[in-house]
Write a protein that binds this ligand. Structure first.
Ligand code: ZN
Length: 202
């Protein structure tokens, strides 16, 4: 997810494992990710890559598919709290919603009002295979929903109302990064299905 406080100083801003972020149009972003089954060195490396890349890009969260890895892992940096969650299961708490600007590191520079639940609880594992849970409201809740969506091949664009989605599509077509690093993908102007299988996904 885009937009976050600046990266913390000290050990958190090391750039050693920063890798490039996949952009909208890359099929990996539209592919449901696989559950993690091995809590090994490779997974710890992935968590580090996610965390370092997220901090380098000043994002509030980053999901593994955004690094081209189709596994159910994301990192977050919200309210000075840095962490990660593996195989998340999200419970939407209550009926209250929030509406506010949301962005995605795979659609650089684009922000649109996106409705989300106000409170969530997410349960999962840490990189050592120990059960953990995150309880959050507002930005944390938004981040958890945004990143978990990534693991299902869903983008925040899919959560926009019809009118806003139309505006978003125009902005994507005009974005200077569109068509870079990925094969050219046709974007249909005819409604939400443009984001379905044809793009098979940030
Ligand atoms: Zn995103």
């Amino acid at each position: 997810m885009g937009k976050a406080p600046p990266a913390l100083p000290g050990p958190y801003n090391r750039r050693v494992s920063v890798t490039s972020i996949r952009l909208f149009g890359d099929p990996v972003l539209r592919t449901p990710a696989d559950p993690v089954t091995s809590y090994d060195k490779e997974l710890r490396r992935l968590v580090k890559d996610l965390t370092d890349t997220m901090l380098d890009a000043a994002g509030a969260g980053l999901a593994a598919p955004q690094l081209g890895v189709s596994l159910r892992v994301f990192s977050y940096h919200v309210d000075d709290e840095i962490g990660h969650l593996i195989n998340p299961v999200v419970d939407l708490i209550g009926d209250e919603e929030q509406d506010g600007e949301e962005g995605c590191l795979s659609l650089p520079g684009l922000y649109f009002d996106t409705k989300r639940h106000l409170h969530v609880v997410a349960k999962g594992m840490n990189m050592h295979g120990e059960p953990i849970s995150i309880e959050g409201s507002e930005l944390m809740a938004r981040c958890v929903q945004h990143e978990t969506d990534h693991l299902d091949g869903v983008l925040f664009l899919d959560r926009l109302d019809t009118e806003t989605r139309r505006t978003a599509l125009r902005a994507i077509r005009a974005a200077e990064w569109n068509g870079e690093h990925v094969p050219a993908v046709k974007v249909s102007p005819h409604g939400p299905f443009a984001f379905g299988g044809a793009r098979a996904l940030r």
